[in-house]
Design a protein around this ligand. Sequence first.
Ligand code: ATP
Length: 248
Amino acid sequence: MLEIKNLMVFYENAIAINNINMKCQSEKVTGVFGANSAGKSTLMYTISGIILDVKKKEEMKGGERITLLGNLTFEGTDITLMKPSERAKRGIILCPERRRIFAESSTLENLKIGGYLATKAQAKKTLDYVFTIFPALKNLKRREGGFLSGGEQQMLAIGRALMAQPKLLLLDEPLLGLSPLMEAMLARAIRDINLQTQITILISEQYARPILPIIHHGYILENGGAVLEGSSQELMDNPDVKSAYFGL
Ligand code: ATP
């Protein structure tokens, strides 16, 4: 389980995360929903630890000051100050917003790069699994990442993250810019990955509609704070959520 306590993140004096307390239960899917700038990516960077690298870089070049308060625990270990590479070894793997596919590498190469933390046997088994869950990728093995469609790139980004043997998979806005058909297909695939592999998943999205049905528990983020939480059904039934995130 991941537990976040009293998390605050500031970029200079601007607050991006405002006292968030949340949990991602093991083997479940947790959702985080919020508009542009609500703090979703900052939250994902903080959980994966990448924010510590950004903070260090900014300090070295005399850039903006990033401040983090609060703490994060993963499977009983305090990871608040743990390097992102160490978190990755422990199974915290980020699938970043806008996919970040290596455009000049083929689909297969992209997947193999994701497997750098895996043993040969794990890589082979996971590669087979990725082609089972995303059969479309099998026919695109040799195509360069840059020539894939948005939906194919997203499948590849998730596949690449799976190759890293995640225990906690962080999906930052995986449906961004995709067609409703592709959204539905990916939401189903994400649910199947959780059911079939028991990987714990945290997923952030701006629009809740395609994702709400597949989560076990969700949080609504506004201006960096978690203003509401509940089960999938509770959030679907909540009139504020309906008007803000479903346009009903
Ligand atoms: P989006 O849907 O646009 O990705 P988000 O919910 O992921 O939004 P964040 O990117 O985490 O939100 O941004 C949260 C707040 O922090 C915003 O007000 C944003 O402008 C600010 N912010 C994010 N990154 C930086 C940065 N490097 N320097 C200064 N402010 C930042």
